[in-house]
Write a protein that binds this ligand. Structure first.
Ligand SMILES: *Cc1c(COP(=O)(O)O)cnc(C)c1O
Length: 385
């Protein structure tokens, strides 16, 4: 846990001194903890963390310091990571497809809540203690997210009614969960899911103690801060309205929205061709930039020269390749970078804490590994912080 301020004041002071030739992810523990505290203050229920967004110990430790004690885990390895950060961590195992060995690992780890979306998967959970919660995961064709999470997991409403009855008759605590899709900016996606959840419960004749409204909360990808409070108040208002018998307690499991803003990724230009119209970076889609393939461009980019000054030239669109010898290693939309950008400059991407280092591979001997803690993420030579 961060008991004292990080040694480095900001990314640029580190880049200037160390001139790293590998990509570096800069973490502001202060921003990470403040984001978690804001989320806990604003969301009308329990805030848990989806470990897959960023499972690094620095992240888990700081979230624990900010009061997060419950973790959405998808694998035995994520269970271990959460317990390393916080031995009393409460574990929610919300990957609905599990091998028998994984089920046994979940039981051995005392998993408190399990997602389920299919009868064969439910039958694998026969040995789960009745003190546990089994949450039926539902999927609806809703819009609003960067890409659809309902395509892989989630029961139809009819199947959910059936599963919910079976969970209830089996003696477990019945719950409902869903995930509206990641980077979801539209509160109506949650409204649609919560409304359907209430309908399913009514049809099944089951009363919920708790409803899990998933992750999917948006982060700032283009310089516009998403209105999380609008999402929170919609969740509160719709839940109060549609559950008539008893209003369930709420729980959410953000990944992206808790960690994205606490990190800046620094990559480096390692080659230029065609008069600078083509650029090779030391990180790409097999490393920390893999999400650019699915989510489109982040527009929060700064180019910093090796002397620490910020490049201010006119923006020029470039074709951008990553460092590996695979021709697929290309940013689909390229980047728009200042005209005076040069070989050896650093290209900084703000807001890249989620699904960056978590996805990075070692392909071709590259990849994102280094995390450096800093006191703040902004600040450079010609712009006051
Ligand atoms: C990935 C995932 C999350 C976190 O999603 P974000 O979009 O990062 O908030 C939450 N719950 C489940 C079950 C997930 O698979």
């Amino acid at each position: 846990m961060q008991q004292f301020p990080p040694f480095w004041s900001d990314p640029i002071s580190h880049l200037l001194r160390q001139q790293p030739d590998v990509p570096v992810l800069y973490l502001s523990p202060q921003i990470l903890q403040a984001t978690a505290r804001r989320f806990r203050g604003g969301f009308p229920g329990l805030v848990t963390y989806a470990v897959k967004a960023n499972d690094r110990p620095e992240v888990l430790d700081n979230l624990v310091a900010a009061g997060i004690d419950t973790f959405d885990v998808a694998s035995p390895s994520e269970m271990a990571a959460a317990r390393r950060a916080f031995p009393q961590a409460v574990l929610h195992y919300n990957n609905p497809v599990r091998s028998r060995d994984e089920v046994a690992a979940g039981i051995a780890n005392g998993v408190a809540s399990w997602a389920v979306d299919d009868p064969t998967e439910l039958s694998k959970l026969a040995d789960v203690p009745k003190s546990a919660e089994l949450a039926v995961r539902i999927a609806l064709p809703v819009k609003g997210a960067a890409y659809d999470f309902g395509a892989k997991f989630g029961a139809t409403p009819d199947l959910a009614v059936e599963l919910l009855r079976r969970v209830d008759q089996g003696g477990w605590h019945a719950s409902v969960c869903f995930h509206p899709g990641t980077q979801c900016e539209d509160p109506r996606a949650w409204a649609a899911y919560i409304t359907e959840a209430a309908r399913i419960c009514e049809r099944a004749g089951v009363t919920l103690a708790r409803l899990n409204v998933g992750g999917g909360f948006a982060a700032d990808r283009c310089g516009k801060v998403p209105d999380l409070n609008a999402v929170f108040s919609t969740i509160r208002a719709v839940t109060d309205r549609v559950f008539t018998a008893r209003t369930p307690a709420l729980l959410c499991e953000p990944g992206r929205a808790l960690v994205a803003e606490a990190f800046t990724l620094a990559t480096r230009i390692k080659g230029m061709r065609a008069g600078g119209r083509t650029i090779y970076l030391n990180d790409g889609i097999y490393g920390g930039l893999s999400e650019l393939r699915d989510m489109g461009l982040s527009r929060r980019i700064r180019v910093i020269a090796v002397d620490g000054t910020m490049r201010q030239g006119a923006p020029i669109p470039r074709v951008v390749f990553g460092p590996t010898c695979d021709s697929l290693d290309r940013l689909p939309d390229g980047l728009v970078l200042p005209a005076d950008a040069q070989d050896g400059d650093y290209v900084l991407f703000d807001g890249l804490g989620a699904y960056s280092v978590a996805i990075s591979t070692d392909f071709n001997g590259y990849g994102l590994h280094d995390i450096v803690s800093v006191q703040r993420l902004t600040g450079n030579r010609n712009l006051p912080a």
